[in-house]
Write a protein that binds this ligand. Structure first.
Ligand code: IYR
Length: 218
């Protein structure tokens, strides 16, 4: 117990090196199977599982532990349709007007376009909202970093639980705050369709960089 701020004992499991190696490799192997999915089955999913994954996201570190996030779990068909309509309108403007040639070229191998049927087909959408400041008074810090880390936890947790996701960022996505009736201190950060992949779902044939391309040791 420190004199100037309350503390508790750390709960930390010290593992043998062989156990650490096994766990690190097993987690890599599991997480490296995650793929962004754009073809979802309409089959319902256990929502208690999704809620538990949101609980996992809520354990992420954040600036001054302010936890500047709200997760909106959307399963209502009418709301999903409204979101699809609004997203497709923005995305159509993006693909047909705003996107640069270079950007479209960089996206070509993913086969995406303005059509977003998965926003209705996926049984659930999670709209992740970043709280740019608290609802009452005070400040939030490192909001984008904090919410980004929480989203990483969320995507990993959903994958581990056996659910597929897509990190979808319709741009601009201010429409989500209006449709979901969220307060103005919340800015939409990410829209995550969640569900089972459709039968016969295919994904782009892409690779991740090798570790020697992403790791510099000093
Ligand atoms: N938001 C658009 C375009 C898009 C942009 C990037 I960067 C991607 O990695 C994928 C898509 C869309 O969702 O289609």
């Amino acid at each position: 117990m420190s004199d100037d701020h309350p503390t508790v004992d750390l709960n930390f499991e010290r593992r043998s090196e062989s156990e650490m190696r096994r766990r690190a490799r097993a987690f890599y192997e599991e997480i490296s199977q995650r793929r962004s999915v754009r073809e979802f089955s309409e089959e319902p999913i256990p929502l208690d599982v999704v809620r538990d994954c949101i609980r996992t996201a809520g354990t992420a570190p954040s600036g001054a532990n302010k936890q500047p996030w709200t997760f909106v779990l959307i399963t209502d068909d009418a709301v999903k349709s409204e979101i699809r309509r609004a997203a497709e309108q923005k995305e159509r403007e993006f693909y047909e007007e705003r996107a640069t040639e270079q950007w479209l070229e960089d996206l070509a191998h993913l086969g995406t376009d303005w059509r977003k049927p998965y926003l209705e087909e996926a049984p659930a959408l999670i709209a992740v909202m970043a709280q740019t400041r608290p609802a009452d008074e005070g400040l939030h810090y490192y909001v984008k970093e904090s919410v980004g880390i929480a989203c990483g936890f969320l995507i990993a947790a959903l994958h581990r639980a056996g659910l597929a996701t897509l990190t979808h960022t319709p741009s601009p996505m201010g429409f989500l705050r209006d449709i979901l009736d969220r307060p103005e201190n919340e800015t939409p950060y990410l829209l995550l369709p969640v569900g089972y992949p459709a039968n016969g779902c295919e994904v782009p044939d892409i690779d991740k960089k090798a570790v020697n391309e992403i790791l510099v040791e000093v």
